[in-house]
Ligand binder design. Structure first.
Ligand code: TMP
Length: 213
């Protein structure tokens, strides 16, 4: 259905953490990496938009402004940044057998650019090079709970009306089974305990133990 290649036949483990702006993704991704390292796994944190040149351009010229650029421009730039990220960071780390935790990935394009009107099939097509994660987690917090966290200097995405539309697409991806939801509207420790538990279960099923790290 996705036309995706598997991440890396049997090597490494690729996790992405998704969710609305300010839902706690970064905190949870970092905590997950820390917990995995504490257990002896070789885990690394990475994020999209990436720290590369296109990612930098996205932050400065696409997100940090008052009005959105045409959504096709967003989609193509996020896809270009993802290609950089996949080739320069994700694949090399996976081929070293690491557990890669990406704070946002392809599903952010489906949700944010999909919510702005782009066809999900087309978004998948322009992201065809992106390997399917072994586990894609969605931190579920309703948009109304997040508005209070949006700062004074907000990005073009940090508006309730935008987040409401994005939320609908994320929920659809959960209903499709493409994202595994975790209730994020709880104390940080409870959310991270669930995420770590979910990841450890999947690692066990894949036969990955700390000695593989
Ligand atoms: P954040 O990672 O700090 O939440 O900020 C990234 C913003 O970029 C966030 O509003 C979601 C948005 N975004 C997209 O619209 N499409 C994408 O493909 C990605 C990776 C992020």
């Amino acid at each position: 259905m996705w036309g995706w290649v598997r991440a890396m036949a049997g090597r490494g483990f690729f996790i992405c953490i998704e969710g609305l702006d300010c839902c706690g993704k970064t905190t949870q991704s970092l905590r997950l990496v820390e917990a995995l390292r504490g257990l002896g796994f070789d885990a690394v944190y990475t994020a999209e938009p990436s720290g590369g040149e296109v990612g930098d351009l996205i932050r400065r010229r696409i997100l940090d402004r008052r009005r959105r650029v045409p959504v096709v421009v967003e989609a193509v730039l996020f896809a270009a940044d993802r290609l950089d990220h996949v080739e320069g960071v994700i694949k090399p780390m996976l081929s070293e057998g690491k557990i890669v935790v990406s704070d946002r990935y392809l599903y952010s394009s489906l949700a944010y650019q999909g919510a702005a009107g782009l066809d999900i099939g087309w978004l998948l097509e322009i992201n065809r090079f992106a390997p399917k994660p072994d586990l894609a987690i969605y931190i579920d917090v309703p948009p109304e709970r997040l508005v209070v966290r949006f700062g004074h200097r907000r990005s073009v995405m940090e508006y309730l009306e935008v987040q409401r539309e994005v939320y609908k697409v994320y929920r659809m991806l959960v209903d499709d089974g493409r994202l595994i939801p975790v209730d994020g509207d709880r104390p940080i420790d409870e959310v991270s305990r669930d995420i770590v538990g979910l990841v450890l279960d999947r690692l066990r099923v894949r036969g990955m133990t700390p000695s593989h790290g």
